[in-house]
Design a protein around this ligand. Structure first.
Ligand SMILES: [Zn+2]
Length: 223
């Protein structure tokens, strides 16, 4: 059973900012191992864009197997005035993606594909939207994940009604291609695929087909 409370530990980032605190990479790895043994669910390892030590930490930590914990990175989504594909911090953030992140996204895409195969429209719509929330969660951007979740809840009915199954198939295939891009750390390609993907999703909505009545009186009269 999923625990009711999940612990997100920021000792290795916020915790390093106190006066007189200065962890080496080896210190950080040892602390991460102890946090994992303690049963913490998420360990925020640092900010790969802020200093070489945090880059080195992620480089070493992602090759280790943690029993409970998932590794998360702190980061800013993008810098003002810089296109996201040229943003150095976004590149470092993508490079911090651990094999666990990639495995979790691959498993999600596999679930999308099985919902498509079974022709389950409700399931496939939920999973296709949730992919974007999962990406935000996995890079540790909880604020973005919340905003996306809220936005998806608002457009769930539109997707259910107007997205054709062929457009849903294309979406799942594009998600799979995106995950492989993250796996190889190809930021420019990932940004390009994501832009194309969002354009396809928009173009794939068949707004000409008759949707539910937008006349509240008629809708209520039918009920
Ligand atoms: Zn998508």
């Amino acid at each position: 059973m999923k625990p009711d409370v999940e612990i997100y530990d920021t000792t290795l980032r916020d915790g390093t900012q106190g006066e007189g605190i200065n962890f080496s990479v080896a210190d950080k790895l040892r602390i991460a191992e102890r946090l994992d043994a303690f049963g913490v669910h998420y360990i925020e390892g640092g900010w790969p864009g802020s200093n070489p030590k945090d880059i080195e930490f992620f480089d070493q930590a992602k090759r280790r197997k943690f029993k409970h914990a998932r590794l998360a990175a702190f980061g800013s989504t993008r810098r003002k005035g810089v296109p996201v594909e040229q943003d150095e911090q976004v590149r470092l953030l993508v490079e911090a993606a651990t094999p666990e992140h990639i495995d979790a996204l691959r498993a999600h895409v596999a679930a999308e594909q099985s919902a498509l195969k079974q022709g389950d429209v409700a399931d496939r719509s939920e999973l296709l939207g949730d992919f974007h929330v999962r990406m935000a969660q996995l890079i540790g951007n909880d604020v973005l994940a919340e905003v996306l979740r809220d936005l998806l809840a608002r457009c769930a009915i539109a997707t259910l009604v107007y997205q054709s199954s062929s457009a849903a198939h294309d979406s799942a295939a594009e998600h799979a291609a995106l995950v492989e891009c993250f796996a190889t750390g190809n930021v420019a390609q990932a940004v390009r695929l994501m832009r194309e993907h969002l354009d396809h999703v928009e173009a794939g909505l068949n707004l000409d087909q008759p949707g539910p009545s937008d006349d509240l009186k008629t809708a209520l009269a039918r009920a």
